[in-house]
Design a protein around this ligand. Structure first.
Ligand code: AMP
Length: 230
């Protein structure tokens, strides 16, 4: 191991994607996770998985998600804590859609400090012009089988309605309907936007232009993390 160990340590990152619904966090976070070979932890995906499997947690989350509101902090935090305690998170992880409230951010600080990720936490604030946001949300389709995200305007699949990877059916998420989108945006403004100032004050925030190909954005993120090209 030798210096390789020290290098690996320096590259151990907790990355948080922060941004309004529709900025493309999911696609970008997946791309970066693939490049860094660390888990992509989307709390939204975790909840959708619970809902799909009909677990107790899923039954609690389902009506909240359908309304566009946020699932209570205790539920989210319990789920996240359990997930990042698994061995595959040892080398780092990418959060997408978490934290979403000040209470979640404060709890996460404690969790990350306990796992020695405190100093290597980078928060990417993804910014996209307002008119782009709605287009991204209403155009979004995801694969029923693997969760891969497409956009009928900006990133269409090769064959309409089918996933390029596994041919799975591409579906509109329940919460991408227009009235739910409005509620999700309101929840973001009220509960999540304050995190921008929170992380800015900690000196952990980096602004990221969310317009462009996901691969190009991922390259930019790797540069920010000091992991580009090496
Ligand atoms: P997303 O796919 O990240 O947009 O999440 C879909 C829905 O899951 C949200 O609208 C919330 O209802 C719920 N959710 C996901 N992540 C969180 C979180 N960190 N805190 C509270 N609710 C969440």
């Amino acid at each position: 191991m030798g210096s390789g160990g020290a290098q690996a340590e320096a590259r151990r990152h907790a990355v948080i994607f922060l941004g309004a619904p529709g900025v493309g966090k999911g696609t970008q976070a997946k791309e970066v996770a693939r490049a860094l070979q660390v888990p992509h932890l989307s709390t939204g995906d975790m909840f959708r998985d619970h809902v799909g499997r009909g677990t107790g947690l899923g039954q609690k989350a389902k009506p909240v998600m359908q309304s566009g509101e946020l699932v209570p902090d205790e539920i989210v935090l319990g789920m996240v804590e359990e997930r990042i305690a698994r061995p595959d998170c040892e080398r780092g992880f990418i959060f997408d859609g978490f934290p979403r409230t000040l209470a979640q951010a404060e709890a996460l600080d404690r969790i990350l400090a306990a796992r020695s990720f405190g100093k290597s936490t980078v928060v990417l604030h993804v910014v996209v012009a307002e008119e782009q946001l709605l287009r991204r949300l209403t155009g979004r389709r995801s694969c029923k089988l693997c969760g891969e995200i497409y956009n009928v305007f900006d990133r269409p699949p090769k064959q309409e309605g089918r996933c390029d990877k596994d041919g799975g059916e591409l579906v509109l998420r329940d919460d991408d309907r227009e009235e739910v989108i409005r509620a999700r945006k309101a929840a973001y403004e009220r509960q999540t936007r304050p995190l921008v100032a929170y992380y800015q004050n900690k000196g952990a925030l980096v602004e990221l232009d969310g317009v462009g190909a996901p691969e190009a954005i991922a390259r930019k993120v790797l540069e920010i993390l000091g992991a580009g090209g090496a």
